[in-house]
Design a protein around this ligand. Structure first.
Ligand SMILES: O=C(O)C1=C[C@@H](OP(=O)(O)O)[C@@H](O)[C@H](O)C1
Ligand SMILES: C=C(OP(=O)(O)O)C(=O)O
Length: 423
């Protein structure tokens, strides 16, 4: 098959071993940009991710009146008075479509939001209704989806709001990040099934506290942000540990040894749980001053895992599970149906098209390993589907990845980094 039909995933000829440096975390980068944009002075950010999601965030904030400048590897964000009219392209970035509207509400003027075709499928109603309850005027044609517009008056009343964030932690993070700048702050109460992705909530709270914002999250399902300034802060962005997952998975599956440099000692990133997760599949993990090393032991065991807190790791974990010596059960991830694509359906389809045996359950996946054959692995504009496909390609002849370019969402260098490690 030709390149247009797919990117030929490199096959591992033996144990995959090496050292890899992954760029900055998408989630920390986009939070740092938002917080710097509404801070009380300029912030200097180093290690900021340069990828589609962060470019979209930078463009969105710039269009609202924030100055963002690159000097070498430092990005300086200088807040300005936020103004519409503006139009924001969210692409397929959850962090842009959910985190920017609460900031746009602080602008004076109308801000319109749209994005990729599939972005219109991603739920927005919860955050739009929450903003309405806090005093913001929003038009969405009654759809609870994109496109929508936020008509700001230069300030937001804020106060108490009850929402159901079981579909995405981003609904809570969005209000947390801007809430200090609302007149009454914000008191967010969750009412519904459990909120997923606690590490991402912890990340939002920690980054606010680092900037002097008072956040009380001592009561379950409630977050209270006191009104006040957000202090400007110079900070270094951690490497993206979720994007490290496929590289570490290569060691797990091939009996190799991969080191990810600069692995933070403490982190709120969900990827911080990868050492424990890969250990559950039979691998070994160790920390050195250089970073985290994962070593495959030659044996990959099936695992029963609740991934509700670390949902974004699921596609790569599913790919590892597909080569285990027994079935795996990935639970607690119904909300992945609202990610870049319906990830449960996408993983079921693509593994089964290669001869696999994967079944969706109400809240996850059952994966019964079977020999897989080559073919075209569709990626549904989902960077993590492409990562999963690359992991499969290590052990399957003739695996072609459709639209490898979709990895540019968070890691544009993925094809080169992957080829460099595997070949
Ligand atoms: O706040 C964030 O940066 C994110 C939160 C999570 O969203 P969900 O809670 O919707 O899974 C995660 O999956 C996404 O990749 C990034
Ligand atoms: C769910 C993800 O992204 P987003 O920030 O677009 O929600 C992800 O990166 O796995």
């Amino acid at each position: 098959m030709s390149q247009e039909q797919g990117w030929a995933a490199p096959r591992a000829e033996g144990p995959v071993s090496g050292r890899i440096t992954v760029p900055g975390s998408k989630s920390i980068s986009n939070r740092a940009l938002i917080l710097a944009a509404i801070a009380d002075g300029p912030s200097h950010l180093t290690g900021l991710l340069a990828a589609r999601d962060t470019t979209l965030m930078r463009t969105a904030l710039t269009s609202l009146g924030v100055a963002i400048a690159d000097t070498g590897s430092t990005v300086t964000v200088t807040p300005g008075s936020l103004k519409g009219p503006a139009s924001v392209d969210c692409g397929l970035a959850g962090t842009v479509m959910r985190f920017v509207p609460p900031v746009a509400a602080l602008a004076d003027g109308v801000v319109e939001f749209d994005g990729d075709e599939y972005a219109r499928e991603r739920p927005m109603g919860v955050i739009l209704d929450a903003l309405r309850a806090l005093g913001v005027q929003i038009e969405d044609g009654g759809t609870g989806r994109m496109p929508y517009s936020v008509s700001g008056t230069g300030s937001v009343r804020g106060g108490t709001v009850t929402l159901d964030a079981s579909g995405s932690s981003q609904f809570v993070s969005a209000l947390l990040l801007a809430g200090a700048r609302y007149d009454e702050g914000v008191d967010i109460r969750h009412d519904g099934k459990p909120v997923p992705s606690q590490p991402h909530l912890d990340m939002s709270v920690a980054m606010l506290r680092e900037r002097g914002v008072q956040v009380d999250d001592s009561e379950p399902n409630r977050w209270v942000v006191a009104p006040g300034p957000i202090r400007a802060l110079d900070s270094a962005i951690e490497p993206d540990l979720s994007n490290a997952a496929p590289f570490l998975a290569a060691a797990v599956l091939t009996g190799g040894e991969v080191t990810v440099t600069g692995w933070p000692e403490h982190t709120t990133q969900p990827g911080g749980q990868l050492p424990e997760i890969f250990t559950r599949f039979g691998a070994e993990a160790s920390w050195t001053p250089d970073g985290l090393t994962v070593r495959g032991t030659g044996r990959v065991t099936g695992a029963d895992l609740d991934l509700s807190q670390v949902g974004e790791l699921s596609p790569v974990i599913a790919a590892v599970a597909a080569f285990a010596d027994g079935p795996s059960y990935l639970r607690g991830i119904a909300h992945l149906r609202n990610h870049e694509t319906d990830r449960l359906a996408a993983l079921e389809n693509e593994f089964n098209a290669l001869g696999g045996d994967v079944t969706q359950t109400a809240d996850g996946l059952e994966i019964r390993p079977k020999p897989l054959q080559g073919g075209l692995f569709a990626t549904y504009h989902d960077h993590r589907m492409a990562h999963a496909a690359a992991v499969v390609g290590l052990l399957v002849d003739g695996l072609l990845i459709e639209n490898i370019g979709t990895t540019a969402k968070t890691l544009p260098a993925f094809p080169e980094l992957w080829s460099g490690l595997v070949s």
